[in-house]
Design a protein around this ligand. Structure first.
Ligand SMILES: C=CC1=C(C)c2cc3[nH]c(cc4nc(cc5[nH]c(cc1n2)c(C)c5CCC(=O)O)C(CCC(=O)O)=C4C)c(C)c3C=C
Ligand SMILES: [Fe+2]
Ligand SMILES: [Fe+2]
Length: 413
């Protein structure tokens, strides 16, 4: 019985291409038969084609900017949909599937959505979830930078690994714009299998359904990129100038299970490296900064020290004035606005702290979107000009300039 329920829920017998999310489709995709290209591909087990393609059609370079994702609304029903997709990803929870299915569907999805919805309601903006609105604004800013700097056509799309706009929708947008070369930039500075690795899975799964598979590249992380490190350091400096400097700076990164580190996930090292580089840039002596990991989920051990315990332990060590920065989050979201700026502040003050200051994520700072645009310019180098209509010389020159800017800021190569 349990196996049957499990089978039904996870669609064990369905063809690999079958997915319920059709959000990528618009009426423009629908053929006279009334079926969308995705639906047709699924019904007939063929691939998503290019029926309208004419030789010589303009092509463009596609940039897919992604982040984790967020619920469609701060309601238990929307949270349930979102968490179901998120927490069923084997890159996120690496537990044996049948056992995890029972726990997820029997317990977690019946309790967590209500609690999480209440938290989301506290941070929800007029335009929706801050993570989504900021990621869209970052995408628009990067598109502007790319249009200024690239002589050829370039299309930037924004997508979320879970929820909407889906990876499928983002890739469809690029496909419709004639993108034959696609660079994927997941907005996670520090690679983790559960975030960046999972984005790779989703993107490659989607394009494996296309008839005309595009050239693909992925930016797997940028934890030590000099322009990113500089932007984080400058954001801290500016915050201190405006609000004063605390006695201690805490770098708080999202955690992952400790076991993933033991299995070789580089995330922990990358977080430590980012923090050290930013502290060096600020000229902070070692006793004035430290690293901790937040947002633990479940009962197993996660990366330590935990942010919550660190924060409540500091006042009794004599640290009464604390600044917290979260450089692993490229946009402020539930985990920074509610968990750090709100919950952690309260916990620190209750534990005897006197002053708590949260330093916002890089969000749409100009130095952040410039750093992302430079990163993209460096990663599209060497893509041949054939069929793209790009001015290859001009592009090489721009890439060289981006590389030189990075070298001047201390990059190793
Ligand atoms: C920045 C990197 C992130 C890593 C690494 C990460 C790992 C990870 N997360 C969960 C479980 C949850 N995370 C949730 C929210 C959330 N996580 C990240 C980023 C990373 N997660 C972001 C940006 C957000 C916020 C999204 C938003 O809408 O604002 C949530 C949902 C909220 C809640 O119910 O608490 C869960 C659950 C695991 C299990 C994991 C690694 C294995
Ligand atoms: Fe998370
Ligand atoms: Fe490490």
């Amino acid at each position: 019985m349990a196996l049957e329920l499990y089978r039904e829920a996870v669609d064990l017998d369905a063809p690999v291409t079958r997915r319920k999310d059709e959000s990528a489709e618009t009426s423009a995709d629908r053929s006279p038969s009334g079926l969308s290209s995705n639906q047709k591909a699924e019904r007939t087990m063929t691939y998503i084609g290019e029926p309208d393609y004419r030789h010589g059609s303009p092509q463009s370079l596609g940039i897919l900017i992604t982040n984790l994702g967020t619920p469609d609304a701060p309601t238990p029903a929307a949270l349930k949909r979102y968490l179901k997709e998120f927490l069923w990803d084997p890159r996120v929870v690496e537990a044996p599937r049948p056992l995890w299915w029972l726990l997820l569907n029997g317990l977690i999805l019946n309790t967590r959505p209500r609690k999480s919805a209440a938290k989301y309601a506290q941070i929800w903006g007029e335009d929706g979830s801050p993570l989504l609105t900021t990621t869209r604004a970052q995408g628009a800013a990067v598109a502007e930078r790319m249009a200024e700097r690239l002589p050829g056509p370039v299309k930037v799309a924004v997508a979320m690994r879970y929820g909407n706009p889906s990876i499928r929708a983002g890739l469809e947008e690029l496909r419709r714009a004639g993108a034959r070369r696609i660079l994927v930039l997941p907005l996670y500075p520090q690679y983790a299998a559960s975030t960046t690795g999972s984005t790779f899975d989703a993107v490659t799964h989607e394009v494996s359904r296309w008839r005309w598979v595009p050239e693909l590249r992925f930016i797997m992380g940028y934890h030590s990129d000099p322009a990113y490190v500089q932007a984080v350091a400058d954001s801290i400096r500016e915050h201190w100038q405006a609000n004063g400097q605390g006695e201690r700076l805490l770098f708080s990164f999202h955690g992952i299970p400790r076991d993933y580190l033991d299995q070789g996930d580089p995330y922990h090292c990358y977080c430590q490296t980012t923090a050290r580089l930013v502290a060096e840039n600020l000229g902070l002596p070692e006793h004035q900064w430290q690293v901790a990991f937040q947002s633990r989920f479940g009962r197993q051990q996660w990366l330590t020290p935990y942010t919550s315990e660190t924060i409540t332990g500091l006042p009794e060590q004599g640290v009464k004035s604390l600044d917290v920065v979260c450089p692993g989050f490229s946009a402020d979201c539930l985990e920074t606005l509610e968990e750090i700026a709100d919950e952690s502040r309260e916990a620190f003050l209750e534990a005897g702290g006197e002053r708590f200051s949260y330093i916002p994520s890089l969000n749409t700072r100009r130095d952040h979107t410039d750093a992302l645009a430079d990163l993209i310019l460096r990663h599209i180098q060497g893509w041949p000009e054939a069929d793209t209509g790009y001015d290859y010389e001009a592009r090489r020159e721009l890439g060289e300039q981006a590389r030189e800017r990075a070298l001047a800021m201390g990059a190793k190569n």
